[in-house]
Ligand binder design. Structure first.
Ligand SMILES: [Zn+2]
Length: 236
C-alpha cells in the first residue's frame, strides 16, 4: 500500500486546492491513514484488519446479538476512558470477533493519539511459553519482555482465548498476567469460541481455562455473546 503513490497528492502528503482566486495547501488524508496503519502495526494488529473501523462491522440481518454487540461497543468507545470493564466476546468462528477487536483498537487510536494498545493471539502466546517449559537453561528474557508488555499496556486485546489446551505451568503464567491487569485496573478485551455452558458435548470456557481464571474474567469483562445465523432458522 505504502509503495503505491497516493493519487491525490502524488506521495507528497500535501494537496493544493483552488478556491476562487486563492490557492490553499492542506495535508492529504493519506497522511493520517499512514499514521494509523503504522500505529496498528506497532500494536500488533493483524494486517488484514489494520485500520478496520466499527462501521465496517455490518451485523447480519435478523441477528439481534450482532446489532446489540455493535451498539454496546459504540457506547464503550464514546465513554472511554470513563469505563471500568472490558468485554468478553463469545461466539463461534466466523461472526467477526477479531474484526470487532481490531475495530475497537482503530476507534480508540483515532480518539486518543497517545493510547497504548496491543493485540495478542492466545495461540502465539502459548506457543512462545511452551518453548520455555521444562527447559531450565533457556533464556527467558524474550518471553519476560513480552509478558511485561502485556501486563503494562493500557488496553489489551486478547484474541482466541482458550483456543488450545494448556498445561498447569502455562495456565499459571496466564493467570498471573490477567490477574495483574485486574489488580492494576487495566482494560482487557477478550474474544473466545468457548461458552460458559457446554452444548453438544463441547467443553466449557472454565473447563479450558479453569474456574479461577474464569471468575476473574467475570469481574473485569462484560460478556457479549455474538451468535451466528442459525442454519435451521435460515432455511425454514
Ligand atoms: Zn495523499
Amino acid at each position: 500500500l505504502s509503495e503505491k503513490l497516493c493519487p491525490k497528492c502524488n506521495g507528497t502528503g500535501w494537496v493544493q486546492e483552488k478556491k476562487g482566486e486563492k490557492e490553499y495547501v492542506h495535508k492529504c488524508d493519506c497522511q493520517s491513514l499512514n499514521i494509523l496503519l503504522s500505529r496498528s502495526e506497532r500494536a500488533n494488529i493483524p494486517s488484514l484488519f489494520a485500520g478496520a473501523e466499527l462501521k465496517g462491522y455490518v451485523p447480519e440481518k435478523e441477528n439481534p446479538s450482532q446489532k446489540k454487540a455493535k451498539k454496546i461497543i459504540r457506547n464503550f468507545i464514546e465513554q472511554y476512558p470513563a469505563v471500568d470493564k472490558g468485554f468478553l466476546l463469545q461466539g463461534p468462528t466466523g461472526v467477526g470477533k477479531t474484526r470487532l477487536l481490531c475495530a475497537i483498537a482503530t476507534e480508540l487510536m483515532k480518539k486518543d493519539d497517545k493510547i497504548d494498545i496491543y493485540y495478542v493471539d492466545w495461540n502465539d502466546l502459548v506457543r512462545e511459553m511452551r518453548t520455555g517449559e521444562g527447559h531450565s537453561t533457556r533464556d527467558f528474557s524474550g518471553i519476560n519482555n513480552w509478558i511485561n508488555k502485556l501486563t503494562d499496556v493500557e488496553v489489551l486485546l486478547f484474541d482466541e482465548l482458550a483456543a488450545s489446551k494448556i498445561s498447569q505451568w502455562v495456565a499459571d503464567y496466564i493467570y498471573y498476567l490477567i490477574n495483574k491487569r485486574y489488580n492494576d485496573k487495566k482494560l482487557t478485551i477478550f474474544a473466545t469460541n468457548f461458552y460458559d455452558k457446554g452444548t453438544d458435548g463441547r467443553e466449557t470456557l472454565s473447563g479450558r481455562i479453569g474456574e479461577r481464571l474464569r471468575s476473574r474474567l467475570y469481574e473485569m469483562a462484560q460478556v457479549l455473546e455474538i451468535r451466528g445465523v442459525d442454519f435451521r432458522q435460515k432455511n425454514m
